[in-house]
Design a protein around this ligand. Structure first.
Ligand SMILES: Cc1cc2nc3c(=O)[nH]c(=O)nc-3n(C[C@H](O)[C@H](O)[C@H](O)COP(=O)(O)OP(=O)(O)OC[C@H]3O[C@@H](n4cnc5c(N)ncnc54)[C@H](O)[C@@H]3O)c2cc1C
Length: 390
């Protein structure tokens, strides 16, 4: 029988097939998820299973060993929703293959595309994107890491901070200042002059580190895009991948709701299951409602981004804010309805509670995105007012 949701809002078959592949991968990792999610370096077994699944190829175009002709935001989002519901670490390793390599897809030289992209698609090389610096987060125009030319090579000097996969990455795509412009450059991790440290541990363990570039020399064909195209290519990367953070957030939210249901239907207080007691049912139903609302917007935004990422960036941004904020509320409610059992260190719900938190900060914090959306909103309003007065 056709499900009531089928029809206009059903995912096309190729995404359903992908979802089934992602579920198979996620369930193969489930037994080591708790250990992998506490790891501060790429977990070798998780990496091996991702490689064997062939799913990392979703993050690279077919021309370079990838799955689809172009990197498809809906495909990435669907996969991340499934993976993040089981292991934040698995989701992060998968997603970073795309986020770290997309600038090379969009602007790399033939030499570096052929050298690196098939290796990223097969998980033989781990990718990283280095934008943030110790003193610079949201305000990326204030970066100080620089590129200069010397004898036909490019020299990179500076310090990047909070870089996912630092230390385990094989390549860093680095945003730099070049004179009064901004440019991107690919730096292989084994280049002389790179030092990785891991000064920070965060509440939800993550492969994170600082990367210092001390006069690192790379050939000129490692430039990504033209000089001055750093922000254009960074924006193109965000436009393609931002909505997938919403997918990952939904995976975490759904897992938290499932865990809250397991607990509240199984535990009795005052002679009834918790799930029928006082405000608990409405808290559960509110989480379900918010997850479905966020999922509708996320899939819509991801489908739009798969067609035209730049034109639909406002929708991707709304989905990222909407889904990550919903997830924050859902995990908090889940802890509340589980009482003291929601607070136990090492429990699934405690892990999900911690994992939900950084999502509202990285790849554009909620407030930074809302500020940008508000500017667009006011601009659109001004344009429509002018139109109606003309
Ligand atoms: C788990 C994790 C992984 C990360 N991985 C990477 C990575 O791989 N590569 C990389 O380059 N970076 C990475 N980062 C860094 C991340 O991109 C930054 O944390 C993010 O850009 C925010 O910068 P910040 O933390 O310095 O916050 P700040 O810029 O100091 O901002 C702090 C807060 O101030 C407010 N705020 C700031 N600016 C504005 C504004 N214009 N309008 C309204 N409010 C504002 C917001 O509430 C914001 O959360 C990662 C971070 C985390 C937590």
């Amino acid at each position: 029988m056709t499900s009531p949701e089928a029809g206009l809002f059903e995912l096309p078959d190729r995404y359903l097939e992908l979802q089934a592949e992602a579920r198979a991968l996620a369930s193969s990792v489930a037994g080591i998820a708790a250990e992998a999610d506490e790891s501060d370096s790429v977990h070798p077994e998780v990496r091996a299973r991702l490689a064997a699944s062939g799913l990392a190829a979703v993050t690279v175009p077919a021309e370079f060993g990838g799955r689809f002709a172009r990197v498809d935001s809906l495909a990435v989002t669907v996969v991340r929703e499934v993976l993040a519901g089981v292991s934040a670490h698995l989701d992060s390793v998968f997603a970073m293959q795309g986020i770290g390599s997309y600038p090379i897809v969009a602007g790399g030289s033939d030499v570096v595309r052929k050298r690196w992209l098939p290796a990223v698609a097969g998980c033989e090389a781990i990718a990283a994107l280095a934008l943030t610096e110790p003193e610079v987060g949201s305000d990326l125009k204030a970066i100080t890491t620089s590129i200069s030319e010397q004898d036909g090579d490019l020299i990179v000097t500076g310090h990047k901070s909070f870089i996912t996969n630092a230390g385990d990455a094989d390549l860093y795509t680095v945003l730099c200042r070049e004179g009064d412009q901004y440019s991107l450059i690919l730096v292989p991790a084994d280049t002389q002059g790179i030092t990785v440290t891991r000064p920070h541990q965060i509440i939800a363990p993550h492969v994170l580190g600082d990367v210092a570039f001390d006069g690192v020399r790379v050939p000129a064909d490692h430039r990504v895009g033209e000089p001055g195209e750093g922000f254009r290519l960074t924006l193109a990367t965000l436009a393609t991948f931002r909505v997938s953070v919403a997918g990952a957030a939904l995976g975490v939210a759904q897992a938290a709701l499932d865990e809250a249901l397991r607990h509240t239907t199984g535990r009795t207080q005052f002679g009834v299951p918790l799930a029928r007691l006082g405000p608990v049912p409405s808290l559960l139903a509110l989480s379900w409602t918010e997850i479905e609302m966020a999922r509708s917007l996320t899939y819509r935004a991801a489908a739009a981004a798969a067609r035209d990422p730049q034109a639909s960036l406002h929708l991707s941004s709304m989905a990222k804010v909407g889904a990550t904020e919903v997830t924050g509320r859902v995990v908090d409610r889940a802890v509340q309805v589980m009482g003291r059992f929601g607070l136990v260190r090492g429990s699934l719900i405690e892990r999900l509670y911690r994992e939900a938190r950084p999502m509202r900060i990285y790849e554009g914090s909620t407030e930074v995105i809302l500020d940008s959306l508000a500017r667009q909103l006011v601009k659109r309003h001004g344009t429509s007012q002018q139109g109606s007065q003309a």
